[in-house]
Design a protein around this ligand. Structure first.
Ligand code: NDP
Ligand code: OXD
Length: 308
């Protein structure tokens, strides 16, 4: 196979090319260049240039370096026949779990307040934690959502998971798509790990926030377009939400004049909740390339109709 690596976001794409080439010595791996060779059979991509599909008409497989394929599916020249494969974990799930636990614990144990008390040299223990007062609701029970949910459940928080099918996640309560209202009614900390699709765009809206338990908290680590920004601000103003942590935004990088940067109720991080780690991701893609060559089926193939 000839495999081309094409990413507009990688600062050192040659590192990826070398790692892929080492993992697949029997194949040819090369870096995308403007001209293209016209011979590539597969591409490993993250935000590839639009010309990729014009210059490489023989592509049969597209291996996305991330879990989310929403941006790829929006590319107008994406050929219909190409098989789109996403990374299944690649080291992100444990990072997503860490990220959520960090903010969940900070809120539920009020740890942020100790910095203020220290500044005043005040020795003042705050209230003990009541975990039942902090039920967590995870939207999305896939590779990321299940790991996040299980990590929270392992620390004895009550956890519910909402997914299209209502697939079970050990140690948590599962809710199917049609039970959104019941799921929200029992949730105080809402964690979004859904893929961005026509069904889920704008789901983090006032209508959803108003169904949560009082004094609710939002953690969005999926995609910025899941969130209706004006609704978040309105619900923070009304006190319906106590705060939010946002890792993803409709426009990335978040413009420097965006109000989220200076809003004390909102914690902003620059799309870092779960990074694809090179060694794990390369190993996974290499395994799938070999399976394809052997004519075997592979997992992680995107269902174009469902958009994930
Ligand atoms: P998966 O495909 O493994 O899981 C998707 C989950 O969402 C499934 O449980 C699916 O239900 C559920 N779902 C999809 N559509 C709906 C819907 N309309 N209603 C209810 N549930 C729905 O994806 P991953 O867990 O691997 O990744 C999820 C997303 O996380 C990615 O698409 C990406 O946007 C984001 N991400 C962000 C990162 C970051 O750094 N911020 C890093 C990695 C991922 P079912 O199980 O029934 O199919
Ligand atoms: C992903 C991401 O989708 O990092 O993998 O956002």
């Amino acid at each position: 196979m000839e495999i081309v690596f094409a990413s507009r976001h990688e600062s050192n794409p040659l590192e990826w090319v070398n790692a892929l080439q080492q993992a697949l010595p029997e194949h040819r791996v090369r870096l995308w260049d403007e001209g293209g060779s016209g011979r590539a059979d597969a591409a490993v991509v993250w935000a590839p240039p639009a010309e990729l599909f014009v210059r490489e008409p023989g592509l049969t497989h597209l291996f996305n370096l991330g879990a989310g394929v929403d941006a790829l599916l929006r590319m107008p020249d994406l050929p219909d026949g190409i098989t789109l494969v996403r990374v299944e974990d690649g080291g992100m799930a444990v990072q997503m779990a860490e990220y959520v636990l960090h903010y969940l614990i900070r809120e539920s144990r009020d740890l942020g307040r100790y910095a203020g008390l220290q500044a005043q040299a005040r020795w003042q223990p705050l209230d003990d934690i009541d975990r039942d007062a902090w039920p967590v609701g995870v939207m999305g029970g896939g590779v990321m959502g299940a790991r996040v949910a299980q990590a929270c459940a392992a620390l004895d928080y009550p956890v519910a998971v909402w997914s299209r099918s209502g697939r079970p996640v050990a140690g948590t309560r599962a809710f199917s798509q049609d039970r959104l209202a019941d799921f929200l009614a029992g949730t105080r900390v809402l964690v979004n790990v859904l893929p961005l699709t026509d069904d889920t765009r704008g789901i983090l809206s006032r209508a959803v926030f108003e169904q949560l338990r009082p004094d609710a908290y939002l953690i969005n680590i999926a995609r910025g377009d899941h969130l209706v920004e004006a609704d978040l601000l309105a619900c923070l103003d009304s006190g319906r939400l106590r705060g939010a942590v946002l890792d993803v935004f409709s426009r990335e990088p978040l413009p420097s004049d965006h109000p989220f940067w200076t809003d004390a109720r909102i914690q902003v991080t620059p799309h870092v909740a779960g990074a694809s780690l090179m060694s794990l991701t390369v190993r996974q893609i290499a395994g799938k390339v070999r399976a394809v060559v052997r004519g075997e089926s592979i997992t992680g193939v995107v269902d174009r109709a469902r958009q994930y």
